[in-house]
Design a protein around this ligand. Structure first.
Ligand code: HPA
Ligand code: ZN
Length: 344
């Protein structure tokens, strides 16, 4: 099962580029830029990674992000993630970035997106990994600040598939950002939003009805509202679930307490993702391994999760079909015969 999970073709749809900054690269870039951090060794950094909730994580995350200054820094962090993803047979990834956390510090939008984009182009050409970029607005900042970020993104529209909403959720309802999302949709961006991670099911409703999202990021608290579950199922609105993140940020006590299997069995279009892998103890493969063993997922469940990841992506129908075909070949060659007849 371990090699099956490593090698199955998959997409990742919930990953923050800034959350892929591993301590080794963080210290290297900080030194290169002459930035002092309160950490001097990799072990010290890792020791700081104990969180009690989303805000306690975000303060460490924004502090670490502040070492990113130059185009090359954004290239290096994106490139390192894409190489990791490639090693786990991620065939396609849709990555978030938080421009406001950089422009607020005086780093130009163009510097950020140019470094990321160059790494995406290289990874596509050299590794065969395709990727898309989603601009996330920071919900703890003002609507005006989000509007400013959107304006800065417009000249780079062709490099950005959509916009999302992240950062502290509780107390920052999606509806606050209606105007920004309306303008984003009018500019041709697709929309997604983090909702129902720490916030209530009501925030998921707002994301669907008011921000017109194509996917819900996290969304695990949807099970608190049966009508919402029915709606998500009927529309097959994808949920990008991040199991290790949910445990690290205390949404669930442990992986066994995750409702991923319940969501899958309810017929929702659920996917497994890593969120901020440098902080939460694993990339997409480690997330899949963790849920497979704690929730006793079958080969069929794992194939379903991989299929959902392609269906939920923003690829064209032709691109999705090509990846589903690749997945079908993989599954028919790699699911043990004894299991295929009984379990798939
Ligand atoms: N939730 C909200 N905002 C974030 C996260 C998350 O898990 N990761 C990075 N920004
Ligand atoms: Zn996230």
């Amino acid at each position: 099962m371990k090699s099956f999970i490593r090698n199955i073709p998959k997409a990742e749809l919930h990953i923050h580029i800034e959350g892929t900054l591993e301590p080794e690269l963080m210290l290297k870039i900080a030194k290169r830029n002459g930035v002092s951090l309160r950490f001097s060794a990799v072990d010290d950094v890792r020791k700081a990674y104990t969180f009690s909730n989303l805000p306690s994580f975000l303060s460490v995350y924004y502090e670490a992000t502040s070492i990113l200054l130059r185009e090359q820094d954004f290239y290096d962090v994106t490139r390192a993630y894409l190489e990791k993803a490639h090693a786990q047979n991620v065939r396609h990834t849709e990555m978030f970035f938080d421009p406001q956390s950089h422009t607020e510090r005086g780093v130009p939008f163009e510097t950020v997106i140019s470094g990321i984009h160059r790494a995406q182009a290289d990874a596509r050409q050299q590794l065969g990994v395709t990727s898309k970029l989603i601009l996330c607005f920071l919900r703890h900042l003002s609507v005006d600040s989000a509007m400013e970020a959107l304006k800065e993104a417009i000249p780079f529209k062709h490099w950005i598939v959509g916009v999302g909403l992240d950062s502290t959720e509780a107390g920052y309802p999606p509806e606050k950002f209606i105007r920004v999302f309306e303008k984003s949709l009018a500019e041709g961006f697709l929309t997604v939003a983090h909702a129902g991670e720490e916030g209530p099911a009501e925030y998921i409703w707002q994301a669907l009805k008011q921000l017109m999202v194509s996917r819900v990021d996290h969304g695990v608290r949807c099970t608190e509202d049966a009508h919402l579950v029915q709606t998500l199922k009927a529309r097959q609105t994808p949920l990008t679930v991040c199991p290790l993140s949910n445990v690290k940020l205390r949404v669930f006590d442990d992986i066994a307490g995750s409702n991923l299997k319940q969501l899958l069995d309810l017929g929702l279009c659920v996917t497994v993702n890593s969120d901020d892998p440098a902080y939460f103890g694993g990339y997409v493969m480690e997330n899949l391994l963790a849920v497979q063993s704690a929730l006793n997922l079958s080969y069929g469940d794992v194939c379903r999760l991989a299929r959902n990841s392609f269906n939920a992506s923003f690829l064209s129908e032709e691109e999705k079909q090509a990846l589903r075909n690749e997945l079908d070949v993989f599954c028919s060659n790699n699911v043990p015969d004894s299991i295929r007849s009984s379990n798939l």
